[in-house]
Design a protein around this ligand. Structure first.
Ligand SMILES: Cc1cc2nc3c(=O)[nH]c(=O)nc-3n(C[C@H](O)[C@H](O)[C@H](O)COP(=O)(O)O)c2cc1C
Length: 228
């Protein structure tokens, strides 16, 4: 499965089979985590066979079942753009997992921190986790905003821009809020972040999807704006 197919096939999955992640696949994931950590200076960790984080009332409320593995997105509190970085690199792991035949779900709220299994320095914090494993199902298609709702540019735009936005709309966002706008200006792409909980993480995720759809060679990012 190539990465574009992974974007199209991915949906959040909250119910998992009681099946450990195959050793070979675990190794591929761990290697990619290591690469992401080197590039980003984050401290992302794969936690396996640890059911407690998803046994709380909150997790049941979130309809999670059988989650025993997760990716913890951890970084130094003072890293600039910590949340966005977690989004950007976390989504790389989500799409790799999809390519490897696993399922995932981003979780910022409905899980419990289990300090014994996380290697967290005092100047670090956990931003979110990603539940990972063999899903009982493949998730479901959900509602999405239209392209016109998330593009602010008037006039013609290159085809790669449209394709980037289409891929951005397939990205997971917290509560499916999709609070972002894309602007095309003098060959550069700007993304405006809407107000709301976890939108900084969302922006990182959405940027990665846009790059896959548009092709990184076609454009540069212009500095981001927050909507006020
Ligand atoms: C940053 C972030 C945080 C999320 N937190 C939770 C959560 O706490 N509980 C939950 O059940 N789903 C959570 N989700 C999953 C979203 O609800 C889901 O991605 C969204 O509804 C879109 O559906 P899709 O992923 O199937 O495209 C989160 C997603 C993101 C991106």
């Amino acid at each position: 499965m190539d990465i574009k197919e992974a974007v199209e096939k991915r949906h959040s999955v909250r119910q998992y089979l009681d099946r450990p992640i195959d050793d070979k696949i675990k190794k591929v994931l761990e290697e990619q985590i290591e690469k992401c950590n080197q590039k980003s200076h984050l401290n992302i960790q794969l936690i396996v066979n640890e059911p407690r984080a998803f046994q709380s009332r909150l997790a049941h409320y979130g309809q999670f079942q059988g989650v025993k593995n997760y990716i913890a997105l951890i970084g130094k509190k003072n890293i600039p753009d910590l949340q966005e970085k977690c989004g950007y690199y976390g989504e790389q792991l989500v799409l790799l997992a999809q390519q490897l035949g696993l399922n995932t779900c981003w979780v910022a709220l409905t899980y419990k921190k289990v300090p014994e299994v996380l290697h967290l320095d005092s100047d670090e914090k956990i931003v979110a986790v990603i539940a990972i494993g063999y899903g009982k199902n493949q998730g479901a298609t959900r509602r999405s905003k239209d392209m016109k709702d998330v593009i602010e540019t008037t006039g013609s735009v290159p085809q790669w821009f449209d394709e980037g936005v289409r891929f951005a709309l397939l990205a997971p966002t917290a509560m499916n809020q999709q609070k972002f706008k894309f602007i095309f200006e003098q060959g550069k792409v700007k993304i405006k972040r809407g107000m709301g909980l976890y939108t900084k993480i969302d922006i990182g995720i959405v940027k990665y999807h846009f790059e896959i759809g548009a092709g990184k060679q076609h454009f540069q990012w212009d500095s981001e704006e927050d909507e006020r």
